[in-house]
Ligand binder design. Sequence first.
Ligand SMILES: CC(C)(COP(=O)(O)OP(=O)(O)OC[C@H]1O[C@@H](n2cnc3c(N)ncnc32)[C@H](O)[C@@H]1OP(=O)(O)O)[C@@H](O)C(=O)NCCC(=O)NCCS
Length: 217
Amino acid sequence: MNRPRFGDTNIVVLGAGGTGLFMADCIRQAEGFAFAGFLDDDPQKQTGGYEDHAVLGGLTAWRTLPASCLFITSLYSPKKMYLWNARVEELGIPDGRWATFVDPLTRIGSGVHIGKGTFVGPGTVIEPACTIGRRCALLGSVHLAHHVVLEDYVVCANSVSISGGVSIGRGSYVGANAAVRQYVRIGPFAVVGMGAVVLDAVSGATTVVGNPARPMG
Ligand SMILES: CC(C)(COP(=O)(O)OP(=O)(O)OC[C@H]1O[C@@H](n2cnc3c(N)ncnc32)[C@H](O)[C@@H]1OP(=O)(O)O)[C@@H](O)C(=O)NCCC(=O)NCCS
């Protein structure tokens, strides 16, 4: 398990928005971590900052920052996450410059692997033998049961509950309070609406809502 040691780690968050602010707060409050500022392409934020935090430049300014700065990516709206992720990917930030942030208020099981650039928020429980890809975001109070696999760029919003053996494809977004039945496969770039109860496989690039979850008309 590659839970980071608590040293002096400066983290810059890509994307100055609401979720970025939450991530910044978690980073600031974790012992041994420092929040160094945001990068965002909005020129207004670059000059005025965001909620009293510095915006150090546009996304491409990552190259100008000292090598001691590591990065975490925040979120965009669920249906447009794929555009944001493509933008982040094309920045070409090498793996070694991504932080893996695991909030101290988490419970991480044995044999869990967490990829570079992934954010794990407070109250989250990850049971044994889960594999979480690169640049994922698990916000507050997410529960992953045993043997869950999240591919790269998967988002689980607040209070999502994923049962054992579920696998979720690259770039999928699971909305707040959604629940997924054991051993279900969710394809890449899917969106699961908030509060959905997913009982059966979800095809890639499909949005499902409701209980039981069905594709949106
Ligand atoms: C599923 C989702 C992406 C759909 O967004 P959208 O395409 O903008 O959907 P709309 O608001 O236009 O709604 C379209 C229809 O779906 C319904 N709907 C939308 N989201 C729904 C949900 N989660 N559950 C049930 N029905 C939903 C709407 O009531 C509407 O129904 P109608 O056509 O009968 O009026 C969005 O509603 C959602 O759940 N996002 C996740 C939000 C979240 O978890 N945020 C956490 C941030 S930390």
